[in-house]
Ligand binder design. Structure first.
Ligand code: G3I
Length: 331
């Protein structure tokens, strides 16, 4: 078999994959061969572990944490505060009325205590707050129930609670479209203000859901430079390279078109060239998946349409992108 990614990058950064209870079975061998870190794709999200008040369901999350332990892999936690995959009960009081700020923050504290506390010493990092920046317009923050009820304070509070629950965990703010200049500047502004408030934040997660057309390597470089200027460590947390444009809704694209794999290889080579160059500030690179037999992009934005975003094909064989990266890091 081909050289392990984790050996290629050993001197530089951890290399991870998002997994779920199905893929740790169907991809076990290649996961163990190539990766030294995992992230739960859905299983540690709020609704997965805490579907009802006072009811915690850790079976799937534990399954993945045990997998990491068995294979001596590190694990990142994902995620504590998000506007998606968060249960309705959190935002309502016992009368079904909107919860007040004190109640919501108390529930958040208790959730973070329980979840971060459970995996203390096993998870080395957490995506504490995910995707709170608004994509469009002048507003800094995305509209959400969190914001409606608690105001912007919920963000700093989440970092404080996570730090209290596990003082050794590295705490991240995580977002997508992170390399688009306008959103990049907003993410920068948010994190800068958190640092000024003294919030315990240690890193920025660049989700890196990229495609053959966007973003440009120049924009990725500019984003790395800007975030690194805050003095925090950076990780790519959800890397994949879709072969389709973000808004490509054609349902009939059911096979790879000529040249796609080659263009993907070039893009991945450019990306990993940057990662090599900035290895002093980049402490981890996690793919959102591992091989093309399973990717969330098969359902996005056209339900069920196949995509081929990873370094390994559906049979777990290295694609041209793998070869380029291996050559780059063998130098
Ligand atoms: O669990 C149910 C299942 O019971 C049901 O039969 C099935 C029918 O649709 O849905 C299942 O839930 C799905 C869930 O994944 C688990 O497979 C949801 O519909 C689906 O929406 C959900 O998608 C996840 C998505 O986050 C939700 O926003 C993706 O798997 C996951 O890859 C994706 O991950 C996010 C990161 O957390 C944050 N950044 C963006 C990234 C990609 O969207």
């Amino acid at each position: 078999t081909e050289q392990a990614l984790k050996d290629l990058f050993a001197q530089h950064f951890r290399i991870g994959a998002a997994v779920n209870p199905r893929t740790i079975r169907s991809q076990e061998q290649m996961l163990a061969h190539h990766f030294n870190s995992i992230t739960a794709e859905n299983e540690m999200k709020f609704v997965s572990v805490h579907p009802e008040e006072g009811v915690y369901t850790f079976e799937d999350a534990d399954l993945l944490a045990d997998f990491a332990g068995r294979h001596q892999m590190a694990m990142r936690g994902h995620t504590l505060v998000w506007h998606n995959q968060t249960p309705d009960w959190l935002f309502e009081d016992s009368q079904g009325q909107p919860a007040g700020k004190a109640l919501l923050l108390e529930r958040l504290r208790s959730h973070i205590d329980t979840v971060v506390g459970r995996y203390k010493g096993r998870l080395y990092a957490w995506d504490v707050v995910n995707e709170v920046i608004a994509d469009e317009g002048d507003a800094l923050l995305r509209p959400s129930k969190w914001l409606d009820i608690a105001g912007p304070e919920f963000i700093a509070k989440a970092f404080e609670y996570a730090h209290d629950a596990d003082p050794d965990a590295i705490l991240f703010y995580n977002d997508y479209n992170e390399s688009h200049p306008a959103k990049r500047d907003k993410i920068y502004a948010l994190v800068k203000s958190l640092l000024e408030q003294g919030a315990p934040i240690h890193g920025i997660g660049l989700q890196a859901h990229w495609n053959l057309f966007d973003p440009s390597l120049d924009d990725i470089r500019a984003a790395i430079e800007k975030y690194a200027s805050l003095g925090l460590q950076l990780q790519l947390t959800e890397l994949d390279v879709s072969v389709f444009r973000f808004d490509d809704r054609r349902a009939d694209l059911t096979s790879l078109e000529p040249g796609m794999l080659e263009r993907q290889a070039e893009l991945y080579e450019g990306v990993f060239g940057l990662l090599k160059e900035y290895r002093d500030v980049i402490s981890g690179v996690t793919f959102w998946g591992a091989a093309d037999d399973y990717t969330w992009l098969d359902d996005f934005p056209v339900r069920g349409r196949k995509n081929w975003p990873m370094l390994f094909d559906a049979q777990h064989r290295p694609k041209p992108a793998y070869d380029r990266i291996a050559a780059l890091f063998a130098e």
